[in-house]
Design a protein around this ligand. Structure first.
Ligand SMILES: NC(=O)c1ccc[n+]([C@@H]2O[C@H](COP(=O)([O-])OP(=O)(O)OC[C@H]3O[C@@H](n4cnc5c(N)ncnc54)[C@H](O)[C@@H]3O)[C@@H](O)[C@H]2O)c1
Length: 167
């Protein structure tokens, strides 16, 4: 069976490095990574190609690849996003939308499904105050989708973008 071509964005981060290691252990994948940072030594030998730089400016480059699976992990996380809100929106929303558009375009053009995996966050949920949070207890997927942070707003919106582009 031929190898599946995989793109892992944010591969140098906490989850990205563990994912690359796990994909290698499972076997059958050709892993291409993208991150602002250079590849850490721990995963360097596991990666076929690393595209270093701001992914928002590089998405055009990804159109040249025939990815079967995209793990889109690159993001500006909660505390950083709350300090640099505009930059977080650019990375988290613009970056995700550009990648989704690329996947949808290629999928339609070549009549082939592309799996797009996007980790959302608990920050996509929000409560008006602590009393409301305690009263709510365990919430359902579509309850309290009223985030209070830039990171949460970005994640929730990108969930919706994913559903939109999957159609
Ligand atoms: N860690 C958690 O507990 C957790 C929980 C829920 C969701 N997530 C999501 O999982 C994903 C990975 O989380 P993590 O904990 O590994 O984060 P992390 O901060 O360790 O890694 C993120 C990586 O993205 C890269 N990155 C940031 N901006 C970039 C850009 N413009 N272009 C290219 N690369 C860029 C960073 O250099 C970094 O290596 C994120 O989308 C995060 O929102 C994480």
């Amino acid at each position: 069976m031929s190898e599946k071509a995989v793109l892992v964005t944010g591969a140098c981060g906490e989850i990205g490095q563990a994912l690359v290691q796990n994909l290698t252990m499972r076997g059958g994948f050709r892993v291409v990574t993208a991150d602002l940072a250079p590849l850490p030594d721990a995963i360097k030998p596991l990666v076929a190609e690393h595209l270093q730089g701001d992914l928002v400016n590089r998405v055009k480059q990804f159109y040249d690849y025939d990815f079967d699976i995209i793990y889109h992990l690159a993001a500006s996380l909660s505390s950083k996003a709350e300090i640099a809100t505009e930059e977080a929106h650019r990375i988290n929303v613009e970056g995700t939308m550009q990648l989704l558009m690329m996947a949808a375009y290629r999928s339609e053009k070549y009549q082939k499904p592309i799996k797009f995996l996007f980790p959302s966050s608990i920050a996509a949920y929000g409560f008006p105050n602590l009393a409301a949070k305690i009263a709510a207890g365990v919430v359902k997927e579509d309850e309290y989708n009223t985030p209070n942070t830039m990171y949460g707003c970005n994640k929730l919106y990108c969930e919706k973008l994913g559903m939109y582009y999957s159609r």
